[in-house]
Every structure is written in structure tokens, then in C-alpha cells.
Design a protein around this ligand. Sequence first.
Ligand code: ADP
Ligand code: TRP
Length: 322
Amino acid sequence: MARVLTGIQSSGRQHLGNILGAIRPAIEMSKDPKNEAFLFIADLHSLTTVKDADVRKANLLATAAAWLACGLDPDKVVFYAQSHLPECTELTWYLNCFTPYPMLANAHSFKDKSDKLSDVNAGLFDYPVLMASDILLYDAQIVPVGKDQKQHLEITRDLASSFNHKYGETFVLPESKISESVMTIPGTDGRKMSKSYGNVVDVFLPKRQLKKQIMSIQTDSAPLEDPKNTETCNVFALYKLLGTEAQITELAAKYSSGNFGYGHAKTALLELILDEFGEAREKFDHYMANPDEVMSALKVGATKARPVAAATLSRIRSRLGF
Ligand code: ADP
Ligand code: TRP
């Protein structure tokens, strides 16, 4: 049995890129009986950028609701909010005192963020250590993450192994699992779909708003009668991700025959999304209307995670003489 752990930032509502790139693969992984899955919402990390309490609460709810709506089973997965287990902030302090300053100063994500953001706070600088605590606190063995998180995993392993070297076996050394196969889902403007580019498809929106988002997908100005190019079309790119082989072939034939406009293609995409996510949309609305249900699922998860965290912390406190 391998303990697999991953965290999701609650920086806003989850879009189609998050669902196909992170949520579905993690839920699939959690269904493997060989794994014991810990999935948590990294809401403490969000404090580096989000300062508004109401926004944070809303993001936690919407993120948890999206995961549950996409099929996460809280009875099988240890599903919790990072902030419900303040043990990880205690571990962060201990690890901080073993983290060489240049290791954080040279981290790519810190360099990128400190170039872009006006509020460059110490939390942003310390982000990788909080992440190392998330992982080491629960003795995680496998940590599935995107390519952008690879360096954070290397930092985690470095911190764990230098601590073990100094104090004897204390931490489990986690392996990262970088999913090269997960493709980058394009947004409505053809760039990577991202909250920060404002180019998302939010499949949980009410139908009218979702339609507006789909209709805003950028296309070229080929006239209606002309055949259209599937290779360069943003609408087709999204359709291809969700459609069956037969549906994709049928749409491709319409593109090449002409007299098929982008409006028609967008309508086809909207219908496909409503079909594919029909059940998830209903569940999402249910959870958003019943936040207590979501919060109680997270509380149950915290109850399962707490004894693991407590055991690790007591091991470390005794190593350090506290
Ligand atoms: P955003 O760019 O919208 O802020 P995050 O950085 O919070 O998204 O990403 C959360 C998770 O979703 C990460 O695992 C990331 O790899 C995945 N993800 C985000 N956008 C995409 C995308 N366009 N295609 C594939 N995966 C994505
Ligand atoms: N930093 C990760 C991201 O932005 C989220 C995260 C926080 C995480 N703690 C973690 C991922 C621990 C894996 C393990 O995507």
C-alpha cells in the first residue's frame, strides 16, 4: 500500500484545465486499491496572495465542491483542508530552521512570482517549506504534481534527507510523480487555460454564463461557406478533449465540408460539455447550496489525518529536544 498525497491550491473556482489536468487524474489514482490517498486543499498557501477572508472561504468551498462533484469519495480518500491541521505550520517552523536561505532565494517559482507580484512577502518566499511540511507531516511516499512543482519536491527531499542524516531516520523520503502525459488544456484564447489569464471554461457555471464563455472562444474570420481548419481552431481543440472518436470524426467532417460556421461548432461544444458534466454540475450546485455538507466532509478528513500528523510531530519534537 503506497501513501499518495497531493495538494490543490484554492486560488479560485476550478476550470476545465484544472479538472482534466489535475482533478480527474488524482481521483483516478485514488481509486487504485494499491494506494492510500491523501488529497488536501492548500488554503494556507493561498494566504501568500489572497488576503480577503470571505474570498478565502468562498474559494475553499468552491474548490472542495468541485472535487466532490467530480467524483472524489471522501469515505475512501483522506480529504481535508490544510488549515484544519495547524500541525503543518509547526513543522514548517522546524524545517525553516534547517533550510538554507539560498535554496529558497533560488527557487524558480519564487523568482517568477517576485518579478510579477507587487506584494512580495516572506510567506511567498517560504512557500516551498510549507509545501515540504504538507508532504513530510503525513509520511507521503508518492506525490503526483505538475512539472512546475518538480523543484518543490526536490527541496522537500533535500530537507528530509539532511534532517535524517543529522538526527537519524525521521522522515519518509517522498518520490515525485510528474505526469508528463497530462497535456496543457488550451483556454478560450488558445493560450494555456489559467485563472490568471481570464481565458477559462468554468463548466460549473449556470448554462447562460457558460454559453457566453464558450461563445467568446477566439476563432479566425473565415467566412461561413469556407472549409475550416481543425488544427488551428480553439473550439475544435476543446471538443477533441471531450468527444468520443465518432463525435470528433463527425465534427471534423463538418469543418472540412464548409457551410459550417464557428457558431455551430461552439453550440456543439456547449452541448458536449453539458452532456459530459451534467451529473457533476448538478452535484456541484447541490454542494454549493449545502456548504455544511462540504465542511463536514473536510472535518471527517481532518479527523483521519490528525493522528498521522500528531505521530510525526511527536517524533520530531523528541529529536529536537522539545
Ligand atoms: P491556474 O493556472 O488556473 O491558477 P493552478 O496553477 O491553480 O491553475 O493549477 C492547479 C492544478 O491544475 C495544477 O495541477 C495544474 O497543473 C493543473 N492545471 C492548471 N491549468 C491547467 C491547464 N491549462 N492544463 C492542464 N492542467 C492544468
Ligand atoms: N504548490 C502546489 C501547487 O501550486 C500545491 C501544493 C501545496 C501541493 N502543498 C502541496 C502539491 C503538497 C503537492 C504536495 O500546485
